[in-house]
Every structure is written in structure tokens, then in C-alpha cells.
Design a protein around this ligand. Structure first.
Ligand SMILES: *Cc1c(COP(=O)(O)O)cnc(C)c1O
Length: 228
């Protein structure tokens, strides 16, 4: 199947999942995860009306951002090293993967320097296994405090990658827990900008939508299998 057909199928599934959950399908946006796919694939998806693209490596992000002259928004979704933050500032409309204080400080510093406000999500991992991105509950609460002191950062919400290998039931429970944390933060912040819950990928986006996701990140179900 081509990209256009895959997109059509995904939008159908997305709408049905939202309706089934009693939600307005317009509340759920699609981020096309174009990592490892060439410019042509992105242009094809953009020609179908897609406007949000996500990349997970800074160098690939920069090359695509600078060379693809389309009016689309670029999100950064990968683990981010502090020494590469500078390359993203001013080019990304949302960074999904903010998960530690040192990264918050560097994002604030570089955003100030560039005279821009950077939109971010806190990446959370409520199961918290070593070696993976994402802050546990307590670390996320500390980050929330930290970000609230940073005038060059705008906290838009939370992001989560479901732990690999869970059953559908446990995956859905995980998303429900993340939604619980999101609602708690939302009540605390009372900020209309805190409106984005990024969860759900090709294999689990319907479960994520059932639990309140507002932004699903889908790669292989649109572009095909990645060979790496
Ligand atoms: C690659 C990636 C995705 C998309 O994964 P698919 O399974 O191909 O849909 C989503 N989120 C993050 C953080 C990723 O790295």
C-alpha cells in the first residue's frame, strides 16, 4: 500500500477510536514520524494534507528541516543530548522528550539566547526502567517546578512511550496512569497551554486514544517498516 492509502486507513482508525471513546476526532492530532524515511516520503504525506512531522535524531532533523521547503511543523521526539539542543531551537514547534533538569536548563538558556519561547512536553515513564528515556512520577513533579521558573519555555503537556512487551490490557493501564498524571498537573497549573498528551504509536494508538491521547506519533503504519 502507498503512503496515501495508509494515511487514509490511519485517519479512519483514528476517527473510529475517538468516537468509540466518546471523543471528538478533532481532539486527536496525527504526528507523522518520518525518521529514517526520505524527503520524498515526507513530501508525499504533506501532499495528502499532513502538517506535523516528527524526527528522533538531531542531525537528521536538521537536514530535513533545512532542505524540505514545506510549510509543515517539525517535532523532535528522540532522546536529546544537551550539547545538541542549540541545533533545535527556533526550528522545532514541539520537543516531546524533556526528561531531566540539565536538559531543562540548557533549553531555557539556548531559547533565551535566541530570543524565542520553546514549546516542550515532559516525557514520563511511570514504570521507570533503566536506560530508557522518561522521568518517573516524582522526577516529573520536580521537572514541573523547574520548568515553571523558565520564562523561555512553555510547557504544553506530557509524552509517553508505552513500555515494550506489555499486554494490551497493561498498555492501556499504563496510558490511563499517564492520563491521571496529566490531569493532576493540569489542575495544578491551570494553564490553557497545557493541552497536549502525546501517547500512542503504530502498535497501540487506539488504546492511547481510548485513554485520552491528543497526539499520536505514527511511523511504520504510514511509511512502512524501517530498515535499521
Ligand atoms: C519511532 C517512534 C515512534 C513511531 O513508531 P512506530 O511504531 O513506527 O509508529 C513514536 N514515538 C517515538 C518516540 C519514536 O521514537
Amino acid at each position: 500500500m502507498g503512503i496515501q492509502q495508509q494515511l487514509c486507513e490511519i485517519h479512519g482508525r483514528l476517527d473510529r477510536a475517538a468516537q468509540k471513546a466518546g471523543r471528538d476526532p478533532k481532539e486527536v492530532s496525527l504526528l507523522c514520524v518520518s525518521k529514517n524515511f526520505p524527503k520524498e516520503a515526507i513530501c508525499e504525506a504533506a501532499a495528502c494534507g499532513e502538517r506535523l512531522f516528527g524526527e528522533n535524531r538531531v542531525d537528521e532533523f536538521s537536514i530535513k528541516h533545512d532542505n524540505i521547503k514545506l510549510s509543515v511543523d517539525w517535532h523532535f521526539i528522540g532522546q536529546l543530548q544537551s550539547n545538541k539542543v542549540r541545533k533545535l531551537i527556533g526550528k522545532t514547534s514541539l520537543i516531546h522528550s524533556v526528561d531531566r533538569p540539565s536538559l531543562v536548563k540548557e533549553l531555557q538558556r539556548r531559547s533565551l539566547e535566541a530570543g524565542v519561547v520553546t514549546d516542550i512536553l515532559l516525557q514520563v515513564d511511570l514504570q521507570k526502567k533503566e536506560g530508557r528515556g522518561g522521568a518517573g512520577t516524582d522526577a516529573a513533579k520536580a521537572l514541573l517546578e523547574e520548568v515553571s521558573l523558565c520564562d523561555a519555555l512553555r510547557l504544553r503537556g506530557l509524552m509517553n512511550v508505552a513500555p515494550f512487551g506489555l499486554s494490551a490490557l497493561d498498555t492501556e493501564r499504563n496510558f490511563a496512569d499517564v492520563k491521571g498524571l496529566f490531569d493532576g498537573f493540569s489542575r495544578e497549573l491551570k494553564s490553557p497551554c497545557f493541552d497536549t498528551l502525546s501517547m500512542g504509536m503504530s502498535g497501540d494508538f487506539e488504546l492511547a486514544i481510548a485513554q485520552g491521547s491528543t497526539l499520536v506519533r505514527i511511523g511504520s503504519a504510514i511509511f512502512g517498516a524501517r530498515n535499521y
